[in-house]
Write a protein that binds this ligand. Sequence first.
Ligand code: MOS
Length: 638
Amino acid sequence: MLLVLTKDNAPTQHPFGPVSLSDRFARAMPAMNNDEVVYFGFPVAFVVATTFEQATGAAALVKVRYESLPAACGLKEARSTAVNPGRMNGGLLADSAVGDFVTAFANAPVKVDAVYTTPYQAQTPMEPHATMASWDGPNLTVHTAAQLTASPQEGIARTLNIPKKNVRIITRYIGGGFGSKLPYYFDATLAAIGARMLRRPVKVAMTRPQLFHMTTHRSASEQHLRLGADRDGRLVAYGQDALVQTARFDIYTEPVCGAARMLYAAPNRLTRHRLARLDLPRSDSMRAPGDAIGLLGLECAMDELADALGLDPVELRLRNDTQVDPEEKKPFSSRHLAEALREGAARFGWDKRVAKPAGVRDGQWLIGLGVASAIRGDVLQDATARARLESDGRLTIELAMTDIGTGTYTILTQIAAETMELPIDRVTIRMGDTRFPPTAGSGGSFGAGTSGAAVLAACRKLKAGQATGMREAEGSVTSAELDKAYAHAGFGAHFAEVGVDRDTGEVRVRRMLGVFAAGRILNAKTARSQMIGGITWGIGAALMEENIVDQRYGSFVGQDLAGYHVAVNADVGAIDVVFLDEDDPHGSPLGSKGIGELGICGAGAAIMNAIHNATGARIRDFPATPDKLLARLETLDA
Ligand code: MOS
């Protein structure tokens, strides 16, 4: 054993935060700065040894005495003390109001007034969070699994009170992030501290159970949906109130209505987010933060409204489509939701849907079809790339971008080769290193559009300068290049066919189709993979993903992939993905839109709506586990 670190011998570090830092992923993340345990799973001791077995064996021998303090861990119970956070993730206002929602909703001839709940979810990337740190004099090199490079560089420097220029982050390949690797965590802090104390490299890898508390999770939500329509199915009132959780000391607010606010026209609108500060681990981004669960609520409520109106759910969505952002009043840069709905309905065989629930059987299976819209805001960030022609004619591109398994190396190679008119095999992309020009990394579906635009700019410059002997060029893109006169989002339509076992309530997703309009598709294969991945997450959200808080300890009950279920191959039926031709002249210079998170948005709602069509059961408490379906199934004829 080489080191046992506790609050008694840990070096003094910058306190957590500052909480309100504009880049929250660059906040200080001290470990064992004091003896306060702020949530379950918070590190209290750290052991370094020459083997993993020695380290974990020694860690198990550490005796800790705890003094209990009062804690609040229930979301529902905190409803009355929840606060208005003012602003949320991405700077969105927590509240929005247009027209007179209260009056319009009260007078609407057809209404839905329902509360939906979604559970705590975990990102659970296949590759757990891990860091190896080493020092060379004052210089710290951190090999870590991270979606971002600039933020952890700044954050680790802040934590250790050293200059940012002395910290180098290296993150070449990442085995999945889904938001959980936007922040850096105690593995990075402790590896850096341990390496400095021991004067040798130190590697820290979280175990799978540690991920569930030491990294972030998606907040649970309680969503109050109020939709009012005229008898033709035109929304006159749209209301969505969300209650979400953040850690006691934090401010992250899951933006449940972020994209939902842009989805349908309705002259009178009211959306609100309230934040419950609980003694639980930190909530933060998980694939399509806010939108993934906000659309579960809204798109299921739309299905309820279609039911109340006696109107086809595809037709209801078409009637409420809009080419203008209904709250910001800006035209969309491009929006082909209606086309996606129509194309999907035709391809899926929607005309064969039997509107009356529980009307189709296949042996013991009750069969149903469901639909939901997809929307995800499209943004651009700042990034710079360097392009260099080597003496042998090869092209090298360098930028501090990451590839979290999304195919970034591939598409940047394509963009560079195409722009420079070189064969693909003459291009080398070097990423994941703070020594390269800065980018915004991978997150918020902006990775490809942003880093690709920087590569495009660098290559265009180099191409133009080649005749005059230019060998190296830097090119940049900024967030301002997204034309602010327009609203920006990608769109799509999900269709699902489920079978529900009439005796056990087991739900099988037989087939799904997603039709998307997301600007220029940079690579058909990697884009399709992103969508299939997102849709698969929709299956998890609808049917299995759920973490439950043990109120005694403020811990999550599910701490591994046996206790926290995600969709696996056997849960996934046939998934088909179609991209509509779309070129967006007002967004990324590439004409592309973000796609990494569009596929999950709405997918789970399509499944839930198919379950309703199959059985008549309206499950408003995600996920639709068999126990929630049994009462309804017992009312059906054998
Ligand atoms: Mo994404 S949840 O912004 O990595």
